[in-house]
Design a protein around this ligand. Structure first.
Ligand code: BDR
Ligand code: CA
Length: 321
């Protein structure tokens, strides 16, 4: 099975995404690295370990990474959506992990897993891109060992944290710029425009809950998150952003992508953290008035929405927990 590493800030949708990879037998989850984001690093690391324990996957090493953005620290956390502990206040209901986090940090674990791999590895970054930017800077040689980055992040339309900024990119725009502007590591960007369209409803959640212990445990993590999305969507459902990206990492091609020039706004104006995607007709894209055009990134634009929802549900329902 193809090897996968998840870089994450759990987070309710991160928990779903980790579980999806942990129970999918056609992918070999070889490591999980954590980053600040939805809640501080100590909580994201504890949550990642709890989710792996829930899935019976404590064979997977977890290493903690960045506590703050590369350049500009800021206090924002997404507690409004994920609850104070990152899992709707329910993290203590998950099994207590028995495996300690690695003593190595996230960048060291990423570098050593990539070094040791015989075939290129997929990395799914589903939080701020700080660890990945640090990895590429400190270990430029590992680029050839990365099959592709499947990143949850960015927005073609409006953002979710600010009018223009999607949370993962807005949390560390300089890191996102460094990862996306190189053009030398193949990247798929799964923006919130598409993840919103994949939102699941109460019927989907009910089927998940009754599918078995794993489904019931994941459903129990959703109350605060559901409150937030009732407002964000205008109906009673959830957006499982990170699970959409991890579905693509597990099953390449489940999302339809388009190669488009992408730039990250790192200025301090209202568009900080925006992903500027040049989605003009190809004939016009060279027309940049002397401005840089941006490196080409595969942007996820479409999917079979019901097929995607069924894929995630079927996998989680088969979970061994
Ligand atoms: C992203 O922000 C986080 O709150 C979610 O976990 C997801 O990774 C969506 O914008
Ligand atoms: Ca996340």
């Amino acid at each position: 099975a193809a090897k996968l590493i998840i870089d994450t800030d759990p987070g309710v949708d991160d928990a779903f995404a980790i579980a999806l990879a942990a129970v999918s037998e056609d992918v070999d989850l070889i490591g999980v690295t954590t980053v600040f984001g939805n809640v501080p690093l100590a909580a994201t690391t504890a949550n990642a370990r709890r989710v792996l324990a829930l899935c019976g996957r404590e064979d997977v090493p977890v290493a903690a990474g960045a506590e703050r953005p590369l350049v500009h620290p800021h206090p924002h956390r997404a507690r409004y959506a994920h609850g104070a502990d990152g899992l709707s206040g329910r993290s203590s209901a998950l099994p207590e992990p028995s495996r300690a986090p690695e003593t190595a940090d996230a960048v060291s674990l990423l570098a050593s897993l990539l070094d040791a791999a015989r075939e290129p590895v997929t990395i799914a970054p589903i939080g701020p891109l700080t660890n990945i930017a640090a990895l590429l800077a400190a270990h430029p040689g590992v680029r050839s060992k990365i099959d592709r980055l499947v990143i949850m992040g960015g927005a073609l339309g409006h953002g979710n944290t600010t009018a223009a900024g999607e949370f993962n990119i807005w949390s560390d725009p300089e890191a996102a710029h460094r990862v996306l502007s190189g053009g030398d590591v193949p990247a798929v960007l799964v923006p919130m425009d598409l993840t919103y369209r994949c939102a699941v409803d109460l019927g989907w959640l009910g089927t998940l809950e009754s599918s078995g212990p794993l489904g019931a445990a994941l459903r129990a993590l959703t109350p605060d998150y559901q409150e937030h999305y009732r407002k964000a969507l205008g109906w009673d459902g959830l957006v499982l952003h990170d699970a959409v990206a991890v579905a693509e990492a597990i099953k390449p091609g489940i999302l339809v992508t388009e190669a488009l020039p992408v730039q990250v706004e790192c200025g301090f104006g209202p568009a900080r953290g925006a992903t500027v995607v040049d989605n003009r007709r190809p004939e016009l894209r060279a027309d940049t008035e002397g401005q840089p055009a941006g490196a080409t990134v595969d942007v996820a634009m479409e999917t079979d929405l019901d097929g995607l929802r069924a894929f995630v549900l079927d996998r989680l329902a088969m979970g061994r927990s």
